[in-house]
Ligand binder design. Structure first.
Ligand SMILES: N[C@@H](CCC(=O)N[C@@H](CS)C(=O)NCC(=O)O)C(=O)O
Length: 222
């Protein structure tokens, strides 16, 4: 399988981690990514497959897909074991909803912070940080009776771990106010596939003299 992604693509990283969890060999193509973090010039294969002109794009023979969540679904069908959606119908629905909330409810706050890095005390930045904090509190409650966001380690954990790495980079960190969530992050971050994907991202940042979140600094020293 070929995955078109970028050196700092959190959505691409989701797909990469899931493939590694399933033992799938991925040929990763890093698309052009300029110094201002624009995905330019657009890779011709990305333009051909994805009308939204974004990575990740997955090509597996006749199957050509875009969108990390669609790629999750394809990987689960293509390589059912180890399962990354819970077994029960209700639990699967909850896990899918959490995965969507991570991308579509939590991450938009983080995207807002991308453009506000020089004005982190502005009302817009404070509102985005408050949105992240509220989301952390919601997940802290969920983790009262479980180790992972859904019943078992799932795509929902992969999605939120990556989104949270970016929140941390952009100034909306988790704190001691959510100890169960901090422990969850340790648990997920200790997984081989997660380390294997996040480490090069952090090395890329470090190579450009850009900050690496404190909780990931040990990863680039190993
Ligand atoms: N919902 C999409 C989001 C993809 C996305 O936002 N990709 C970013 C990189 S992480 C991108 O290609 N941005 C460049 C652009 O929008 O021009 C997914 O889950 O794959």
């Amino acid at each position: 399988m070929k995955l078109f992604t970028g050196p700092l693509s959190m959505f691409g990283a989701k797909a990469q981690i899931a493939a590694l969890e399933k033992g799938v060999a991925l040929d990763c193509v890093m698309v052009p990514f300029d110094r201002d973090d624009n995905y330019l010039p657009k890779h011709p294969e990305v333009l051909r497959v994805n009308p939204k002109r974004q990575v990740p794009v997955l090509i597996d023979g006749e199957v050509e897909l875009f969108d990390s969540t669609q790629i999750f679904e394809y990987l689960e069908d293509r390589v059912p074991e180890p399962a990354l959606w819970p077994r029960g119908v209700a639990a699967r629905a909850r896990a899918r909803q959490l995965e969507l909330k991570s991308d579509e409810v939590f991450f938009p706050h983080v995207i807002r912070l991308f453009g506000l890095q020089q004005e982190m005390q502005s009302p817009a930045a404070l509102a985005a940080c408050a949105g992240c904090t509220a989301f952390y509190a919601e997940l802290e409650v969920l983790l009262a009776d479980r180790e992972y966001l859904a019943d078992s380690y799932s795509f929902a954990d992969i999605a939120f771990y990556m989104a949270q790495v970016f929140a941390e980079r952009k100034g909306a960190p988790m704190t001691e106010a959510t100890p169960r969530l901090l422990a969850w992050r340790e648990r997920v971050g200790a997984r081989g596939p997660v380390r294997e994907v996040v480490r090069p991202m952090m090395l890329f940042l470090a190579s450009q003299g850009r900050p690496v979140p404190p909780f990931l600094q040990a990863l680039i020293r190993t």
